[in-house]
Design a protein. Sequence first.
Length: 204
Amino acid sequence: MLRPVVRAIIFTAMLCVAPANWAQQPSTSLIDDKVLGEVRSWLLVPVVFMSVEAQNRRYAGLKQADIDGLDRQWRAEREAENQPLIAATLNNPLSTYLTQVQAASAGLFTEIFVIDAQGLNAGQSAITSDFWQGDEAKFQKTYDVGAGAVFIDEAEYHEASGTWRAQANMTLQSNGGQAIGAATVEINLTELARRSKLSSAGGQ
């Protein structure tokens, strides 16, 4: 009889604790035109376009089997000491730039990566789980839709930091208005909500 009672107590305690985190979920509506405009401002720089267009030319002839091979190589390198593909990507000028942008955001941006026309990472601020994003909504609802597309994904709770995060995704386009790739920015919604409250309080 004791074991079911203990289980019931633990379950009740979990119900009491868990909602405290979930109740604090900020709305993704905080990622408004002002925030998206800020993101676009640092995406509209030569290193982004030059890097994406260079990789588009480099990988222009790849077939799906080649793309899958690169993705498998990336996943394997994550567990290996020798990481030529990962090192080449993380050390390129675009990744260096995105890392600096993330650092300068003081916790607002928790991950940034830029994707080429094949759905492959062209630059990133940290190691991603995979190299190919072409089968995910972040690419299919931006680049595949066309220039000007924006997709805000659902918020997720990040247990390690105790914060809510959501990815803002948008199509990258050339000066001529053609889609050349996409960008994903993971935004710390908890921090964004804090800054929004401070801004509102200061304006009163």
